[in-house]
Design a protein around this ligand. Sequence first.
Ligand code: ADP
Ligand code: MG
Length: 460
Amino acid sequence: MDALTLAEKWQIKRMHDLLKRQLKRHFGGLDSIPKEWQAFVKTVNDVYWESDRNRIALEHMLKSTTEDLTYAGSELDAQHKRAELEIQNLQRYNRGLIETSLDPLVTFNQKGIILDVNNATVQATGRSREELIGTPFADYFTDPEKARKGAMMVFKKGEVRDYELVMKAKDGTETTVAYNASLYRDQTGGVIAAFAAARDITDLKRSEAEVRLERDRVKVSIQNLVDMQDKLIRSERFAAIGEAAAYLSHEIRNPLMVIGGLAGLIEESLSDDDSNRVNLEVIQREIKRLESMLMNVTDFTRPSRLKRELLDINSTIKNAMTLMENDLRNREINHEQSLDGDLPIISFDPEKVKQVLINLLKNAAEAMPNGGKLVISSWRENGYVKVSFTDSGVGISAEIAEKIFNPFFTTKKKGTGLGLAVSRRIMEDHGGDISLQSKKGKGTRAIISLPIDVVENECS
Ligand code: ADP
Ligand code: MG
């Protein structure tokens, strides 16, 4: 019987029912079925009950399977619920992390459109979540183009670090931020969006600027210190040189006077046509040159006391020019003047400053042995009156330029090397300055400056 299929069993059941109904109708009841039919009916009945037992077993099996399945289903349901709860908790935790962050956090998609923001972003922008979500990330910065580039960069490079931007709040408040961003992905590695954090670095920038300012201040004071040291060394060297020079000039002056006097006596004793007269003239000329050099040295070594007057520097320039006019003409030097007629009156020693101007004019003239051009200018600049002499002479090479202010440094056969040293000392005594700019072979520009403020205070 085991071999019977369900369909066969079903067929048997139908036949059994049909038979029972036919027998009932035919014989008027099961009890009245003739003996010869009884065996047949019994066989059919047996077959039926056998199939029915199978059916019941099957039904039982089905039922227990269904129960198993229902249990498994409810277990699955419970598991699913637990997982859901866990996810919810995790989401709440993540959200909490994001919300408790003091830095503005934003997620945006590949088009740079904001998907979500935290409370810090709401605070920093002065705009609600609803206002922010769905709008371009770049809109909330002073330089939207730079912000847009920064937003796109994260999708290209995978991350962006310390990209500096200035965030602009609704009320106009600007905050300098370092923007950091990276991508977040689904399980398959596909990019979902970019996650960006903006750290306020306004204070950092401010202290950075302060440090820079402080550093500049230190730099200036160091420079001042170096300048002062320079001056000190110079004045010490000057003092030493001065002492030696004063001693030497004292030692030379007397014999020189004796030589000069004796040369005069010899000259008187010579007849007019004596051939030695020419030699004696050379002796006397050289004595004069040495005397004038000694004068220079004394000037240089004597502590200077200024005889200040209130004057227009242009008048002193014109004085000096008158003295040099002949010299310039003889050397075929064209000169041009460009003097500011509105210069303030300033306080200076006119004799000393004239000496400086003559020293500079002489140097310019000597730098143009074959003639050239000289431009004399005066102007007012940053609290100083300035005068410059620009020549088209031989110029000064870089290595020589370092030494030109040293006393006794000269490149000339008959030079004393004192012109610039003396000039610098005079200018510094006035609280002013002297400098030379030069290009070898092109020419030189000497500039002096005298302060204005002293006089303006005196006048008021
Ligand atoms: P000196 O004129 O007696 O040589 P200075 O102190 O006046 O002494 O000048 C020093 C040196 O500086 C000069 O020998 C020369 O080499 C250089 N110098 C100064 N002024 C000029 C100039 N205008 N053009 C070229 N060289 C110059
Ligand atoms: Mg000179």
